[in-house]
Write a protein that binds this ligand. Structure first.
Ligand code: G3I
Length: 389
């Protein structure tokens, strides 16, 4: 009886201490847990890098050792108007300063993209293609008027890349040089029919990398895209990068965004994706990780990411906290397995409240910066990974 009581007491004590260790204990930091494997990054918004959002800032400093700018280095924001006076460097300067002050690995996002690029970039005096002769060309690119010539647009691209990547030379360590140039869907078309491609031609990608290398020869130059967990899209990535490599284009890393959902994110699918991407022989950066828990975001992974406004509708899936934890544990197990190639894992936002998919509660920290069970699950994988090293 006496023994039994002691045993019961011990069991209770273990449960209690276990519970305490598992509870919201952010004395454990992601950046430390994965040290010697890969850096852990986070996308920042202006209220964070100007230190106004005190809770998120504390979390960022505590948990992460790399940063990406969620919006402020995109063309629309850093170069809204034509001409030498058309730049707005202040937010990007503040972002870089925050990273330097805190000794973080600083990423630049993004130099050439079909999204968040102002109309003036594509404007000129050449008539657009006649109706019906430009399938897909009118959709979603925001500009249908008379266009720049190939030479004009290349000139604008060169000046933009030289100016922006040149300004942060040596400070920004990795650039998303070209973002999301691959076509969605199951068709044979490898490249998206963007205005960049229409006006310059498919070599706009090679040109962008060449200009980026001229601007900062030491920076890691990434090709970055989403949906690479999808077999068809991944095949297109491999085709594209192999052809760039064959031409000697200086792509020096693959950026895989990893905007996932709890239904399809798993060790197996991430392992497969990384295994195939590794055949390109380049370092891999996971650039925009989040895992959507909303019912609306559990279906298609091959659609255009910009058109997934419905992806956070319908409330959360059943048992969402556990499903999120399991999904994160699976993908981190895969990152650890591929740690020799995976050099950086960046979350697309610090907490659920600031996420572009806020309703899908896709991150490791809730809207009050408290760690969720998914955080504990990721830390657990780091510990298991260390034990099996
Ligand atoms: O800056 C204006 C602000 O002045 C205005 O008051 C506010 C009102 O809605 O809008 C603000 O701009 C928004 C901007 O985010 C900053 O919050 C834009 O409308 C909104 O479209 C923009 O969304 C960004 C989106 O890219 C645009 O495509 C998201 O924050 C950003 O997380 C998202 O990030 C992309 C990556 O760059 C590339 N990969 C996919 C990823 C998710 O879509």
């Amino acid at each position: 009886m006496h023994n039994l009581n002691l045993r019961s007491l011990l069991a209770v004590a273990l449960i209690v201490t276990g519970a305490v260790a598992n509870a919201a204990d952010t004395n454990v930091a992601l950046k430390d847990a994965f040290k010697s494997r890969f850096n852990i990054g986070v996308a920042l918004n202006p209220r964070q890098f100007t230190e106004q959002d005190a809770g998120a800032v504390a979390l960022v400093k505590q948990q992460f050792n790399a940063i990406a700018p969620e919006n402020v280095m995109k063309w629309q924001l850093i170069h809204p108007r034509a001409g030498e006076d058309g730049y707005n460097f202040e937010p990007a300067d503040q972002y870089v300063k925050f990273g330097e002050k805190n000794g973080m690995y600083i990423v630049g996002h993004t130099l050439v993209w079909h999204g968040q690029t102002p109309n003036w970039v594509f404007q000129g005096t050449n008539p657009p293609p006649a109706e019906g002769q430009n399938p897909g060309g009118k959709k979603g690119f925001g500009f249908n008027g008379p266009r720049a010539s190939r030479e004009e647009l290349l000139d604008r691209m060169r000046t933009h890349i030289h100016t922006v990547a040149g300004r942060y030379k040596g400070k920004v360590k990795a650039w998303d040089v070209v973002n999301e140039a691959l076509a969605d869907g199951d068709g044979e078309e490898v490249l998206r029919n963007s205005l960049w491609r229409q006006i310059i031609g498919p070599d706009f990608i090679a040109k962008a990398f060449g200009f980026a290398q001229e601007a900062d020869p030491d920076a890691v130059l990434r090709y970055n895209d989403y949906g690479l967990e999808n077999t068809v899209k991944r095949r297109k990535l491999i085709t594209l990068v192999k052809s760039l490599q064959a031409e000697g284009v200086p792509v020096t890393a693959i950026g895989t965004q990893a905007h996932l959902n709890v239904s399809s994110a798993s060790f197996e699918s991430m392992d497969q994706a990384l295994t195939e991407m590794e055949t390109l022989g380049l370092p891999i950066h996971v650039t925009e990780l989040d895992i959507n828990s909303a019912q609306g975001g559990q279906r298609n992974t091959s659609a255009d990411i910009a058109n997934n406004a419905d992806a956070t509708k319908g409330g959360l899936v059943d048992d969402s906290a556990k499903r999120l934890a399991d999904a994160y544990a699976g993908v981190f197990r895969a990152f650890l397995k591929h740690k020799d190639q995976v050099k950086l894992v960046t979350f697309w936002g610090a907490n659920d409240a600031v996420s572009w998919r806020a309703n899908g509660k896709p991150l490791l920290f809730d809207g009050s910066n408290r760690p969720k069970p998914a955080f504990e699950a990721v830390i657990e994988e780091a510990k298991k990974g260390s034990a099996s090293k």
